[in-house]
Design a binder for this molecule. Structure first.
Ligand code: SF4
Length: 161
């Protein structure tokens, strides 16, 4: 069966930095879930970070820049959590490769999972265009990544693969 990678928080798992439960309500998500298509991942937890944890933002670039060694990730307490984010992204890629996954649905705006927007590194809730670290690594490896705002588009795409 063709599998789909999904951010754990979108299914309501308690993995978010703030420990809030925020499942996405969507008929296609429910259908895929019932069919057993989801491979669930939280890259930040996979990278060894606890829940709850201080919020983190990419400083001076995007997920691509982090992967290239040209940007880092700090949390709001000033700690450098770059390596945990890279480890988590690699864990997500390992799942993709193990299950031959071609499509992922990832949570928008996250420094790991964001696929269009991320916060700008100033902890002032300002968004900039850019990819999170996991989204960047998956796209680099040929995975089609959609956010929770694009599930209808993802459903159409999934029907063609
Ligand atoms: Fe984990 Fe990604 Fe959800 Fe953040 S957005 S809690 S890294 S699954």
């Amino acid at each position: 069966m063709e599998k789909i990678l999904i951010s754990g928080c979108l299914l309501g798992l308690p993995v978010r930095y703030d420990n809030k439960i925020q499942p996405v309500e969507n008929k296609y998500i429910q259908k895929w879930h019932k069919e057993g298509r989801f491979i669930i991942v939280c890259p930040e937890v996979k990278g060894g970070l606890p829940t709850p944890r201080p919020p983190a933002e990419i400083m001076g670039g995007s997920g691509e820049d982090v992967l290239s060694g040209n940007a880092c990730i700090h949390n709001s307490a000033g700690g450098d959590v770059t390596q945990a984010f890279i480890t988590g992204a690699q864990a997500a890629l390992d799942l993709v490769q193990r299950f031959h996954i071609r499509m992922a649905i990832l949570k928008e705006k996250s420094p790991s999972c964001g696929s269009h927007f991320i916060y700008d590194g100033t902890f002032s809730r300002r968004l900039i265009p850019g990819l999170g670290v996991t989204a960047a690594l998956l796209i680099r490896n040929g995975v089609s990544v959609f956010s929770e705002k694009e599930i209808g588009t993802a459903f159409e795409f999934f029907g063609r693969i």
